[in-house]
Design a binder for this molecule. Sequence first.
Ligand code: G6P
Ligand code: MG
Length: 222
Amino acid sequence: MKRLPGRFHAVVFDLDGVLTDTARYHYLAWKRLADSLGIPFDEAANEHLKGIDRMGSLNLILGDQAAAYSPEKKIALADKKNDHYRQLIATMTEDDLLPGARDALLLTKASGLKTGLASVSKNAMTVVKALGIAELLDVIVDAARITHSKPHPEIFLTAAAHLGVVPGHCLGVEDAIAGVRAIKAAGMIALGVGDPLVLTEADLVISGLHHFTLDVVERPAQ
Ligand code: G6P
Ligand code: MG
């Protein structure tokens, strides 16, 4: 842990599925929409949607049928999914932080590192406020501040630039395949949160932030 501040100057966290279980809510909301359209959709397919923006996710769900929907119809479907999602997040509170999430932010700051949030969600600020973590984040980069969704590195590069830290000195924390790719494309070290068999491109994978310590990332990928 003592060696880390020399190597890492910042930790940039994803939101959905890392700090809170909203990845589950995104899945449930998409599942409801897919069921209403008669399109098969399961958790394995959902892995490829994590970290992808709303319209990109809809296009992945529609697959070959995407071209059959007009832009207006697609916007209506994306809005419907968002209505389902907003119903699910409406009652969120600080209790919805995942185990270890607040401690991971506190440990990062206490170690002299900066904290950032990188979420392509348009609902990120609503969730951050509900969780009461805004004051623990030195920068929040959400959908409003970027053009490209993950796996494009823009969101992580933007966070690093605002923090004044070169990407090579940043640790990115992600639960999504697309998110890990974005971190690596940005030239950062990637800490995956979830299943190592899914997050194969991460430098190291832990099952949850309750395992987050700053020395865990000193070990090589397993
Ligand atoms: C995050 C989630 C995705 C979601 C995206 C857009 O990256 O991992 O599953 O599709 O945000 O969220 P939004 O709230 O804007 O629909
Ligand atoms: Mg995520």
